[in-house]
Write a protein that binds this ligand. Structure first.
Ligand code: FCB
Length: 452
């Protein structure tokens, strides 16, 4: 058993464009689906929108200083598609690209490795108006956008992630309607999942065709192991359905050379899978240099009747499961069960399930707790410390892990929860935009320094 991390293991923090940048109408940025969605009353808690977020678009030099103070090796951030290509196709907005160039130049000067994500949920609204991810054309537009950003920033960025978490994009966005664009569909959400994967494969192919040696290409998936609440056959089958929808729908085509068995049967005649074309599997399964895993919680699954009795009208999330029966374990401030062993389990399951799995990074992991006046967030420190022990357990179990990114550097726009829930190692006062490092910031800084 080793208690240390391997040499070269990368330590980082993560953010995403829409959650921190603000400046949603500046310098020619086009609207994204999250601007449109958040403007609809009742969609985001408190009526919050992408403004002001953490005003990172203007305050990035200060945030770069926070990264430097933290002593991280790597910074995972995303590029806003509508900031660099306002309509999702065609015209490129130079001012948007220049912003990201200044940021990655700044990171390089400080010796921080940029890990760039091309899509963290902010689809240009103009593409949604043409069908969004339901439409196969969006996959091609994504590949064009990826190639253009890669051509512009490839001299400074080696790590290129296509998608962040296609599962919520497809299922929360097009199935449950909890995320932008707010659709509640069956077929649309399953088509969206497929086209996100296709877009990923096409984007990797386009970027590889023009890549420099040393460029690395990957994708980021959220993983939430599905645990049956009892040993009954029905609950086990429900957990298997949940696992198919959330995980295998993505991991099987990406790393297993097949569509997830069982997915079509779950939807049966109610869904038409004709969006799968010959050759798509080979495109989606393009070999990757790394996989990013985001982990927050396990799902505890019981069998339950579908909410909509008519299969033809069922949404993609309505698969006959109840995930509300949580075990008696501590919860975060968002009510999520704290189960660090789930991270080890998720990593080991990928390692055991896919012989061709590329090296893995934990690309997000973090939590929310109510603040004390002095920002002494002991709960976050123990959450991170226990999850880092779980990462070590996965290393000891043989998983090829290369790094860990805490979510998040800063408090930010937590999607449908708005600004209410704060994931930052650094507190942000949204009125003054004052940044105050929490105790966890200093703890992580010292932890990272002690690994060197
Ligand atoms: C993940 C998202 C990230 C953040 C965390 C809490 O699903 O990728 O943007 O919201 O959850």
């Amino acid at each position: 058993m080793t208690t240390s991390f391997p040499p070269g293991f990368r330590w980082g923090v993560a953010t995403s464009a829409f959650q921190i940048e603000g400046a949603t109408t500046e310098d020619g940025r086009g609207p994204s689906i999250w601007d449109t969605f958040a403007a609809v009353p009742g969609t985001v808690a408190g009526g919050d929108t992408g403004e002001p977020a953490a005003e990172h678009y203007h305050r990035w030099p200060q945030d770069l200083a926070l990264l430097t103070g933290l002593g991280v090796d790597a910074y995972r951030f995303s590029v806003s598609w509508p900031r660099v290509q306002p309509a999702g196709r065609g015209r490129v907005e130079r001012r948007g690209l220049d912003f990201y160039r200044r940021l990655v130049e700044g990171l390089r000067e400080k010796g921080i490795e940029p890990f760039l994500t091309l899509y963290h949920w902010d689809l240009p609204q103009a593409l949604e108006d043409e069908g969004g991810w339901r439409s196969r054309d969006t996959a091609h537009r994504f590949a064009d956008y990826a190639a253009l950003v890669h051509a512009e920033l490839g001299d400074l960025v080696d790590h290129w992630t296509t998608l962040n978490e296609p599962y919520p994009c497809a299922v929360a966005g097009y199935g449950e309607g909890r995320h932008a664009p707010g659709a509640k569909e069956g077929h649309g959400a399953l088509a969206a999942a497929h086209h996100l994967l296709l877009g990923h494969g096409l984007a990797v192919q386009a970027m590889r065709g023009q890549a420099a040696p040393g460029h690395r290409f990957g994708v980021v998936l959220n993983q939430s192991p599905a645990v049956p609440v009892t040993e009954s056959a029905a609950d086990k089958a429900a957990a298997a359905r949940q696992d198919t929808l959330l995980r295998r729908q993505f991991t099987d085509p990406l790393f297993g050379g097949r569509y997830a068995p069982g997915l079509t049967a779950m939807f049966g005649a109610a869904s038409d899978f004709s969006f799968r074309h010959d050759g798509d599997l080979a495109t989606i399964g393009v070999p990757l240099d790394y996989l990013g895993v985001n982990y927050y919680y396990r799902l505890h699954v019981a069998d339950a009747p579908p909410r909509e009795p008519d299969p033809a009208r069922r949404t993609a999330a309505d698969i006959g499961v109840d995930t509300t029966r949580l075990p008696d374990v501590p919860r975060t401030g968002m009510g999520w069960p704290v189960e660090p062993e789930g991270l080890t389990e998720a990593l080991v399951a990928l390692h055991n399930g896919y012989p061709d799995l590329p090296p893995v990074y934990v690309t997000e992991n973090g939590c929310v707790y109510p603040d004390r006046s002095d920002f002494a967030d002991y709960e976050r420190i123990s959450f991170l410390s226990d999850h880092l022990a779980a990462v070590r357990d996965a290393l000891n179990a043989g998983v090829d892990l290369r790094g860990y990114f805490a979510w998040s550097l800063l408090d930010n726009f937590e999607w449908a929860h708005g600004y209410k829930h704060r994931f930052g190692l650094v507190h942000v006062d949204y009125t003054t935009q004052r940044r105050t490092p929490r105790a966890s910031y200093r703890w992580y800084r010292d932890f990272v320094a002690a690994q060197r």
